[in-house]
Design a protein around this ligand. Structure first.
Ligand SMILES: [Zn+2]
Length: 351
């Protein structure tokens, strides 16, 4: 929706300190605002998960520009899924001497955002390695090398699975031998194709990278570990046959994922006023040599330049401020998500 005026004719370095800028429209859309409000994951009284209020951003005055759609995979190249790092405090470092031999599939009984709030809550004592949204987003909370807290309770486990029978026999926590994938939605409901394709891709990627056999002995449901309390996880609509069949199909090549790194601990919001925290994106950089700064700044020599990005670079964001230094009438700056490297970029650099 933004109009770019001869971006390549602009000087690539200038005294503004923001890199070259384009003319951009920035009208908010109330319709889309509703959409993103719904996806913010704020706790609601009816939610069956208990998000930690401290994890939630307080301001709700959220504007969304029409070109910024909430999704985390590359719509231009849908085969190349992006795994967005979210992080959770609920895990054990390492795998207690075990290696992952199976994938355990789950259903969230809710939204990706609600699960995110739950997994980030220290008091919930639960997490998952991955979660797949109904729109194909893939989020990650625990490194595959570490042990997520997803399916540790043995209740009438399916001991026809050799590796699980051994867990019972040798008192091995099944979490240490499994990679967990949660799925947005509800038990017994249909899996949208975008979600199916994303989880198929993720299963394929994990099978190839961790040498997991793509069969029903090694791709299992939570109900096979915790039979009584999780009988409906992931539910009777989970596409087991299709998944195993598609995983086994010849010629399936997995493109390497764009795995986003965990946060390096930089607090990009420190000293920045008016920060509204929210997740949105992707959006593309509109010109070459766009400056990313450690805080909103127009000054060329103040040491805030973190890196430069070229036209077409796709970014996701975790917030913005409307009281940054003004450039060409615009004072909005976007906070680039940690997963995309962090830092601040002026709004005129973004389509
Ligand atoms: Zn489950």
């Amino acid at each position: 929706m933004s109009e770019t005026i001869n971006p390549d004719q602009q000087p690539e370095s200038n005294q503004s300190g923001i890199g070259f800028a384009t003319q951009a429209n920035s009208g908010g859309s109330p319709q889309i605002q509703n959409l993103i409000d719904a996806s913010l994951g704020r706790p609601t009284p009816s939610a069956d998960t208990t998000n930690d209020a401290a994890d939630q951003s307080s301001p709700v005055d959220v504007q969304l520009y029409p070109s910024i759609i909430y999704a985390s995979y590359d719509f231009q190249n849908q085969n190349k899924y992006k795994i967005v790092w979210r992080g959770s405090p609920n895990f054990w470092s390492g795998r207690d001497g075990q290696t992952p031999v199976a994938i355990c599939d789950h259903i969230m009984q809710g939204s990706l955002e609600a699960s995110d709030g739950w997994f980030k809550n220290r008091r919930s004592d639960v997490s998952s390695h991955f979660g797949v949204g109904q729109d194909g987003r893939i989020w990650q909370w625990v490194k595959a090398e570490d042990t997520a807290w997803a399916n540790g309770i043995l209740q009438s486990p399916d001991t026809s699975l050799d590796w699980l029978a051994e867990c019972v026999r040798r008192n091995i926590n099944p979490n240490s031998r499994t990679i967990s994938i949660e799925h947005e939605g509800y038990s017994g409901k249909a899996f949208p194709d975008a979600q199916y394709q994303a989880t198929l891709w993720l299963h394929r990627y994990l099978c190839q990278n961790y040498n997991i056999q793509p069969d029903r002995h090694h791709i299992i449901g939570h109900y096979q570990i915790t039979a009584r309390d999780r009988a409906g996880c992931p539910g009777n609509t989970f596409p087991w046959d299709k998944l195993i069949n598609d995983l086994g199909s010849a010629g399936a090549v997995v493109q390497p994922p764009v795995v986003t790194p965990p946060s390096n601990g930089t607090d990009w919001t420190q000293g920045v006023t008016g920060v509204v925290k929210m997740q949105f994106g992707p959006a593309a950089i509109t010109s070459n040599n766009s400056f990313v700064r450690s805080r909103p700044s127009l000054t060329a020599g103040d040491g805030t330049l973190v890196r430069t990005l070229n036209k077409g670079t796709v970014l996701h964001f975790s917030g913005y401020t409307d009281v940054g230094p003004e450039f060409r009438g615009e004072s909005r700056w976007y906070l680039i998500t940690e997963a995309d490297g962090g830092g601040w970029i002026h709004s005129l650099m973004i389509a």
